[in-house]
Design a protein. Structure first.
Length: 353
């Protein structure tokens, strides 16, 4: 809107977290987009906005509790609870990532100051709202066995082992997700470079055909000029008696030699340009090879992720089995305790009799 003004802009590949898995990244566009910080002076609000075509890819209002995290040298992310998503940005260099992160921290601090200022005004205008509520009553500890003097205390070694294994698997999955994001960002960057190289090769092929035609025309013209020089030299040998003809022939020969020299230089220039296009084709082949390597690495990461998911499922099944066994043991103990209580009551009655 007119009341919002851009204060910082950069280029980056935009991603959003997959709402189904909450772990994989989904690219918001095929190419890098402009990502900008906007400031609304009327409402004193900062926003991050990125538009792809006619659609707003990012529309995130910065709040003091937001955090921008660098997950690699060229990738960063932040969570937006209002939009119920996590945004990720892949930058072309580490410097661009650092600039965006520094601006995020500045805007976050400005949003915090604006909120505190607004709260101070509210407290001054409404003194009844100036009530602190930081005291929290301690919550009572409720036994899983119900009230009574006899309580059942179970060993927690199995739960500790399962929790440790679960944290290790979570760390493994997190590292795999970060590596996958890095490879995805580099893959899109290489894909952009490959598209540029393909366009340049198409243009080079078209220019090579044109240069071949020009080269053939120049060679034909050069051969014609050489034949003309030979004819003039022959005529000069026959007309050696005429000094005027000799001077004219000499001047004509010099002009023809200069013209031949210029044509040779143009031929050399065309040959060098053709070699440059061959080098571009070599770079394209190298880029395609890198893309194939990245695809192979991505397949390996997917295989490792699938294996980790299987391991996690087996661990969860084992944990559920242990919990069922512990529950059965607890039930048996409860029965034993109840029987022991009845025996005690019976003994007490016998003693009284």
């Amino acid at each position: 809107s007119c009341r919002e003004q851009p204060i910082f802009s950069t280029r980056a590949h935009v991603f959003q977290i997959d709402p189904a898995t909450k772990r994989n990244w989904i690219p918001a566009s095929k190419h890098a987009l402009t990502v900008s910080y906007f400031y609304d002076a009327t409402r004193n609000v900062y926003r991050i906005i990125s538009v792809g075509g006619t659609k707003a890819i990012i529309n995130s209002t910065i709040t003091p509790n937001m955090t921008f995290t660098k997950t690699s040298q060229k990738f960063g992310q932040w969570a937006d609870s209002r939009a119920n998503t996590v945004y990720g940005l892949g930058f072309a260099s580490e410097q661009h990532l650092s600039q965006f992160a520094e601006k995020f921290q500045e805007v976050k601090e400005a949003a915090r100051l604006a909120r505190e200022k607004s709260q101070d005004k509210t407290e001054l205008t409404n003194p009844a709202l100036n009530i602190t509520s930081h005291q929290v009553l301690p919550s009572p500890i409720i036994s899983s066995n119900g009230p009574g003097e006899d309580k059942l205390f179970r060993s927690q070694s199995a739960d500790v082992e399962i929790t440790t294994e679960k944290e290790r698997l979570k760390k493994m999955l997190s590292e795999g997700s970060v590596s996958e994001v890095q490879w995805e960002a580099e893959f899109f960057s290489l894909q952009d470079n490959n598209n540029k190289l393909v366009a340049a090769l198409h243009e080079a092929n078209a220019n090579v055909d044109q240069w071949k035609k020009q080269l053939a025309a120049y060679q034909e013209e050069t051969e014609t000029l050489r034949q003309r020089v030979a004819e003039l030299e022959l005529q000069g040998a026959h007309d050696s008696s005429s000094e005027n003809n000799k001077e004219e022939l000499s001047q004509t020969l010099e002009e023809l030699e200069l013209l031949i020299k210029a044509k040779d230089e143009e031929i050399q220039m065309l040959k060098s340009q053709k070699c440059g296009r061959w080098e571009a084709e070599g770079e394209r082949e190298e880029t395609l090879q890198k893309l194939q390597e990245l695809e192979a690495r991505n397949a390996e990461l997917e295989r490792r992720l699938h294996l980790a998911e299987q391991t996690l499922a087996e661990t969860l099944a084992e944990r559920e089995k242990i919990q069922n066994e512990v529950t059965k043991v607890a039930e048996i103990m409860d029965v034993k305790i109840f029987e022991l209580s009845e025996i005690r009551q019976g003994l007490a009655k016998l003693v009284e009799n």
